[in-house]
Ligand binder design. Structure first.
Ligand SMILES: Nc1nc2c(ncn2[C@@H]2O[C@H](COP(=O)(O)OP(=O)(O)O)[C@@H](O)[C@H]2O)c(=O)[nH]1
Ligand SMILES: [Mg+2]
Length: 264
């Protein structure tokens, strides 16, 4: 990152904070996944009622990240969802590939988040995660189903085993953080773009305003040739419909420009 200090550019690293939440039905493996995110370990048994937020530091693409990650537990009430939605920008919506009802719940949870926080540059990053891929003989949800759900909702998708390895859960974590970066870049870019568009609009309004005024001046000068001398002059100076037609290439812009003429 570059920062101007005493006129000189210096390179320094900033710390980005990302707040994440792990959601899903009880028993799908949220705590196991969270512990994998934070450590290299898989711990088979956790207090299933434990809800905790952890702070984890990581370096992603040369960027220092401070990740606050909330491992939730218990029923996913609307009250709890509201709290999670005001807390986080990154959502891991987890289901177990061995439990179809957990997949249905994940689908509802992701849709609920999207209703309150639509996707877009300033929207959430949602990762749909199928766990327990190692339990091959107990599978109830095909990988393709998870992928299709994610595609339908515009979310990321991973199917992992927290029990078997640490690399794929790390890949999931890093990819998710990068998606958050991309989002914040896009949202900064779109804010810059919006700014440019607004400036351009205001220039356009100004210049159209000048054009309107100029045309009106010209009309006053040309009037004896184009209108009957009997026409009262004050009417010609009003931006009435005939004067609109003279300039209009683009009706709406023109109407705006007339409004702006009054304010400039
Ligand atoms: N085989 C296997 N078991 C898992 C996996 N993830 C979690 N588990 C087990 O599933 C159970 C519930 O996991 P837990 O993380 O407590 O679920 P939570 O209620 O969603 O937090 C525990 O017995 C875990 O050991 C996985 O990827 N593979
Ligand atoms: Mg748990």
């Amino acid at each position: 990152m570059k920062k101007r200090r005493n006129g000189a550019h210096v390179h320094h690293h900033t710390l980005k904070t990302i707040r994440a939440v792990v959601l899903g039905k009880d028993g799908v493996g949220k705590s196991a996944l969270t512990v994998r995110f934070l450590t290299k370990r898989f711990i088979g048994d956790y207090d299933s009622t434990l809800e905790a937020t952890y702070r984890h530091h990581l370096l992603v693409d040369g960027q220092f990240v401070s990740l606050d990650i909330m491992d939730t537990a218990g029923k996913n009430s609307t009250e709890k969802m509201q709290m999670c939605m005001s807390f986080a920008e990154l959502f891991f919506v987890v289901y177990s590939t061995t439990d179809r009802t957990s997949f249905e719940e994940a689908s509802l949870l992701a849709r609920y988040i999207l209703q309150g926080k639509p996707l877009g540059p300033a929207g959430p990053t949602i990762m749909i995660v199928g766990t327990k891929a190692d339990l091959e003989f107990a599978q109830e949800v095909e990988e393709q189903e998870g992928r299709l759900l994610a595609e339908e909702l515009g979310c990321g998708f991973y199917q992992v085993s927290s029990a078997e390895g640490y690399l794929e859960t790390q890949e999931l974590l890093f990819d998710s953080v990068k998606r958050c970066f991309d989002k914040s870049k896009t949202s900064t870019l779109s804010r810059v773009k919006e700014g440019i568009v607004e400036t351009a609009k205001s220039f356009r309004k100004r210049s159209l305003g000048h054009e309107v005024a100029k045309a009106q001046r010209e009309r006053l000068q040309l009037r004896p040739r184009s209108f009957s001398d009997a026409d009262p002059i004050h009417e010609a100076s009003k931006p009435k419909s005939s004067s609109h037609e003279d300039l209009s290439q683009d009706g709406d812009c023109h109407r705006n420009s007339v409004v702006s003429t009054a304010s400039f």
